[in-house]
Design a protein around this ligand. Structure first.
Ligand code: AHR
Length: 519
């Protein structure tokens, strides 16, 4: 939860028209690997993300695998989730891990003070989370309690999870049925220390970080990657002070950036919005690149070799809660507009893969810009954002290919207190070379009414034979999937790519996202 700011969403839109876009892809200049962790997810004890979303318990009527919702698990497996952050968010700084281990009937309940005062029975704890990560084949990212916990509590949690044997916590884990230590790489030392994680000043948090991090031990065969609680979006001072005081004692600094109209009053409906609001959203989401550039520039001064990662461990859209949903549960629908935010933000992360080592969209199920929506009758919906992550998964661990784009139309919209106006291109694209030598190429046309002719030229290639893939588009930009109509916005085969020698020509329909595999 962020500092208070309000903006007037009073909009004006100016369009600079262009004829045609040409994109030159430097297929021979790939150097930087796109860390798969950029496709990370975030699961907080918030609303029905954990309880009802990921976890229904073994005795539920909803089909489950040892308590995990089967349909949700299978959908996530299909996404190749690389890393999952848990248990918060703000919740992390009220979470006491020892309440979530041992026989379930003996675990104490807790009141989720950050999120609607909901009572939780602690049936989803450390074992349930880490076993889920193993089943998904993803890295766990544990967010430690710094706000209301203690150094000893966090230190023992790490010992419990990752120390093989011979210590009190390793014995306790074995007693609770897990013999082998888990692998846990990522550990967050607090969350939003400037806000819900303790309302600290950066100088004070820096010292707290240093103290906690000292006692987060890497046990044999488990090297921790320690992440400091970094800045909220435009707070460059926070980053500067942490760099001065923590420096290389952290492996990564987090950054949170939400596409949101402000923190007071209405944030707008997820599915009822007009064209001006849509274009405002595009401008706001793209501004994350400027924010990344500015934080990165500060990091470059201290760390020109880019050893410290910028971990965008919360990002995505934040709209009003759906009417009729429980207040404080942050349940929102997800339209094609959200898909546009996802594809363009992922393109930005690719461009900054040398510094952005991880990103975790908020959140995986039933909260904010989620992949999946569920109900308690066993219904499940894959959102347009899910389909973007699924279409883009070939970018994970591929080698980023730099590109130059020319001639694309730009749009100028009114901004907010951070920038009076924002100008952005209507086309976004990114490309990468996969391990098998093929190229994955993604393109987004945010225009609501104009298709764009795009000619892609690939340096050092002269025999392109195939460019096939899928398109995600819609009739109306407000279209979304729900339990009655779960397949309104889904990917379909895209037949509109023409290849010759070293070019691929595409007419990219208005409001569409296309991902091609090129050989
Ligand atoms: O993702 C929802 C909340 O947003 C998180 O708990 C918090 O870290 C942020 O303010």
């Amino acid at each position: 939860m962020k500092k208070i700011l309000t903006i007037a969403v009073c909009l004006s839109v100016t369009l600079a028209v262009s004829a045609k876009t040409s994109v030159n892809i430097h297929a021979d200049k790939g150097q930087q690997k796109i860390n798969k962790e950029i496709y990370g997810q975030f699961a907080e004890h918030l609303g029905s993300c954990i309880y009802g979303g990921l976890w229904v318990g073994e005795n539920s009527n909803i089909p489950n695998i040892n308590g995990y919702r089967k349909d949700v698990f299978e959908a996530l497996k299909n996404l190749s989730v690389p890393v999952l952050r848990w248990p918060g968010g703000c919740f992390a700084d009220q979470y006491h891990w020892k309440d979530g281990i041992g026989p379930k009937e003996q675990r104490p309940s807790l009141r989720n003070n950050n999120w609607g005062g909901t009572m939780e029975d602690n049936s989803f704890g450390t074992h349930e989370f880490l076993n889920l990560c193993e089943m998904l084949g993803c890295e766990p990212y544990i967010s430690g309690n710094v706000g209301s916990g203690s150094v000893q509590e966090l230190s023992e949690w790490i010992e419990y999870m990752t120390c093989e044997e011979g210590t009190p916590m390793a014995s306790l884990r074995k007693q609770n049925g897990r013999d082998k230590a888990w692998k846990v790489k990522y550990i967050g030392i607090g969350n939003e220390a400037w806000g819900c994680g303790g309302n600290m000043r950066p100088e004070y948090y820096s010292d707290i970080y240093r103290k906690y991090a000292t006692y987060c031990h890497s046990y044999p065969y488990n090297r921790l990657y320690k992440i400091a609680s970094g800045a909220s979006d435009y707070d460059y001072d926070w980053t500067k002070i942490l760099l001065d005081n923590i420096g290389f004692q952290a492996n990564g600094y987090s950054l949170h950036y939400y596409t949101v109209t402000g923190w007071t009053g209405s944030k707008g409906s997820a599915i009822k919005f007009d064209n001006d609001q849509y274009y405002w959203t595009m401008g706001k989401c793209l501004e994350i690149e400027d924010v990344i550039n500015k934080h990165s520039a500060m990091m470059d001064k201290k760390d020109p070799q880019k050893r410290i990662g910028l971990m965008v461990d919360e990002w995505g859209t934040w709209w009003d809660e759906e009417p009729g949903s429980i207040r404080g549960h942050l349940y929102q629908q997800n339209s094609m507009r959200d898909a546009m935010v996802a594809s363009q933000t992922l393109d930005i992360f690719h461009r900054h893969a040398d510094r952005v080592k991880m990103a975790n969209i908020a959140q995986v199920v039933n909260v904010l810009q989620s992949m999946i929506l569920t109900n308690d009758k066993g219904g499940m919906v894959l959102t347009p954002t899910y389909h973007v992550f699924e279409m883009y998964k070939g970018f994970q661990e591929a080698t980023f290919l730099p590109l130059d784009m020319d001639g694309t139309a730009t749009m100028t919209v009114k901004g907010d207190e951070h920038n009076a106006q924002r100008t952005f291109p209507l086309i976004s694209a990114s490309a990468a070379k996969k391990a098998d030598g093929s190229i994955i190429l993604a393109m987004t046309n945010v225009s609501l009414d104009k298709a764009e002719d795009i000619e892609f030229t690939f340096d050092s290639m002269n025999k392109i034979q195939q460019a096939s893939g899928r398109i995600l588009t819609c009739k109306n930009i407000t279209d979304y999937n729900d339990f009655e109509n779960p397949a309104k916005v889904i990917p379909t085969p895209f037949k509109g790519a023409k290849t010759s020698k070293n070019t691929v020509k595409v007419t990219l329909p208005a409001k569409s996202i296309v991902v091609l595999n090129i050989k």
